[in-house]
Design a protein around this ligand. Sequence first.
Ligand code: DC
Length: 218
Amino acid sequence: MSYQIAIDGPAGAGKSTIAKKVAKIKQFIYVDTGAMYRAMAYYLLACDVDPEDIQAVERKCMEADITICYEQGEQAVFLNGKNVNAFIRTEEVGNMASATSKNPKVRERLTLLQKELAANNNVVMDGRDIGTCVLPEADVKVYLTAGTGVRAKRRYHELAARGEECSLQKIEEDIRERDAQDMNREIAPLRQAEDAVLIDSSDMAIDEVVQEILDLCR
Ligand code: DC
């Protein structure tokens, strides 16, 4: 049986930074499920699909073959055979991912891939519905959150460090909208699993959160 650590939470809570560190220490693979939804969104954007057009999203998502592989320990997401890691980290793709991830066909396709990965590898998997839907039997479940203002500032610094122009106010608005969309959708909404441990990282250093998760694994 594989060992499964599930980390869910809203945008900007620090999930990927923390999950990557935990995975490295435990020598597990890190599965960034948001990147899969982003790759799908990137394809739908390229096809000019209206995210509210359910049928168009369903039809087009069947054309997107998403796979992941590991290059020097880093997850690379492939869309129809092409590595799209460099194109999926924009706010535009993130917002499209939030809008299109409510589509049942999109979720069905990506959830299957995620379950397969976790069945065959020890994983740290992060996302919105890992503890509730994808890996309900996970060994450790964490719901990682932080205040909206803190998350917006983190995202702002992340984008600024990459040289992307951005406004803190716009990022905070996007985060609020994304939270509402991810928490209120019908299928697999973002919520804390009953057996998940809540960690609020607002006033915590990254390594403190990592340590808390490692302690939960003992
Ligand atoms: O974690 P992220 O910002 O890369 O995720 C982008 C969007 O993808 C997020 O707003 C909602 C969706 N998502 C999801 O619905 N389920 C997941 N397990 C992961 C992400």
